[in-house]
Design a protein around this ligand. Structure first.
Ligand code: GUN
Ligand code: ZN
Length: 441
């Protein structure tokens, strides 16, 4: 296989950056090089050093003056909701019943699923997201479509068909047994195939009967290495209805706890209104709270208390995510811009290094995939993005007065979107330039 040598300003994180002066938390090379071989990063460092390790005939690509970072990771998104985005005027439960469930019934049709999966992953790549933890619809075909498209792109993704057997229209319901059987069949077919990871995905307690959550717990025990993803404590009406459906539970988290769904590979979307006991339970089990700022603002769900969760005695593991289509943008830059504002409303600040840590290494750690992605370390998969902080006239003008890397990153976060993502490499292969500007609808 041919190798590729990228040149540019490289930035990758080693740990959480405490301040903007915490230089040992990241590795930045003003003239950096990345040698890509067989889909992995074979060498990283100063360009002059890396160039010496390159094979004869290496393909050289000069991305200067742009930044080279690990690809962004989106820890929670619903691929069947591309045509739900921008649905007006409802809070969570009405939004699900009015827009989302009817839309998801369309994914009975395998061709529709394949088309939307293709367009969704194109959109991920266009926005610099190289890994996503995705919810499919209840239909096995929708997960088949997602994994087939993901595998074709050689993309490291985590996904699962949702299990839901009540409180929704007939067209989006399975049964405890069929949800279990279909999940098992999908695991057998897709988990570990290339870069694909299966996530056991009970949608949330409202749409799963106790029998179904029992089956989901059984799957987690049968496949302890798999991810589990669901929703938790997003909205007050949702919490009240859940407690009505599970009257024996101490609180919402206890519903999932009871069925053995907490753990280090368990991803809980939203977690906005947790009690201290619930936060302790998540922390004790190493479960992950997924922050979805554009969705939480759009649906009026509430303000995720990022800094409190991060710094409390029993700290939470946190990931950040778009939650498309309750979330309103595919871009992790737009997502962290809104995240910054949510955190500001809680009286705290996130510095730009912390934001970019979260979007890359932080999310990779939270999803337990940091051995593969989320850094530019030698041996990592070569999922790399090229960011241009002068992507628009207004950004170019603002960059005239930006003197530091921190200011540049903050501008990318505050004003950047897909236009700031110049190129995207998936396992060493340039993908965004392939997409061009044409959308193959
Ligand atoms: N809770 C259960 N399903 C969903 C969903 O599709 N989106 C959001 N935001 N919350 C949910
Ligand atoms: Zn969601």
């Amino acid at each position: 296989m041919t190798s590729t040598l990228l040149r540019g300003r490289t930035l990758s994180f080693l740990r959480w950056p405490e301040t903007v002066d915490d230089h040992s938390a990241w590795r930045y090379e003003d003239d950096g090089g990345l040698l890509l071989r067989d889909g992995r990063i074979a060498a990283a460092g100063a360009y002059a050093d890396v160039e010496k390790k390159a094979d004869e005939g290496v393909k050289k690509i000069d991305h200067r003056p742009h930044l080279l970072l690990p690809g962004f990771i989106d820890a929670h998104a619903h691929f069947p909701q591309m045509q739900v985005i921008a649905s007006y005027g409802a809070e969570l439960l009405d939004w699900l019943n009015t827009y989302t469930f009817p839309e998801e019934t369309k994914f009975q049709n395998a061709q529709h699923g394949r088309r939307i999966a293709r367009l969704f992953l194109d959109e991920m790549v266009r926005h610099g997201t190289t890994t996503v933890a995705a919810y499919c619809s209840v239909h096995r075909e929708s997960a088949e479509a997602f994994f087939a498209e993901s595998h074709d792109r050689n993309m490291l993704n985590i996904a699962g068909k949702v299990m839901m057997d009540r409180n929704a229209p007939e067209g989006v319901l399975d049964t405890p047994q069929s949800g279990y059987d279909d999940s098992k069949a999908l695991i057998a077919e897709w988990h570990g195939k290339g870069r694909q990871h299966y996530a056991i995905t009970p949608r949330f307690a409202i749409t799963s009967s106790p029998e179904q959550l029992e089956m989901a717990g059984a799957l987690c025990r049968e496949y302890p290495d798999l991810h589990m993803q669901t929703h938790l404590s997003e909205n007050h009406a949702e919490i009240a209805f859940t407690l009505q459906l599970y009257p024996q539970a101490r609180d919402y988290t206890d519903v999932y706890e009871h069925y053995g769904l907490l753990g280090r590979k368990s991803l809980f979307g939203h977690c906005i209104h947790l009690s201290e006991r619930e936060a302790d339970a998540l922390s004790d089990t190493g479960s992950v709270a997924v922050f979805c700022p554009t969705s939480n603002l759009f649906l009026g769900s509430g303000l995720f208390d990022y800094q409190r969760y991060r710094t409390r005695d029993k700290a939470l593991r946190i990931a950040a995510a778009t939650d498309v289509g309750g979330g309103t943008n595919y871009s992790m830059l737009r997502t962290m811009d809104e995240g910054y504002k949510v955190i500001a409303l809680n009286g705290e600040k996130l510095n730009p290094f912390q934001s970019f840590w979260q979007l890359t290494r932080g999310n990779a750690e939270a999803l337990s995939v940091v051995e593969k992605v989320g850094t530019l370390d030698q041996g990592s998969d070569a999922d790399i993005i090229v960011l241009d902080a002068r992507a628009t006239p207004a950004m170019r003008l603002r960059m005239e007065t930006a003197d530091t890397l921190a200011e540049e990153l903050f501008l990318l976060q505050t004003q950047g979107d897909d236009r700031a993502v110049r190129e995207v490499y998936l396992a060493g292969r340039a993908m965004k330039s392939d997409l061009g500007l044409n959308v193959g609808l």
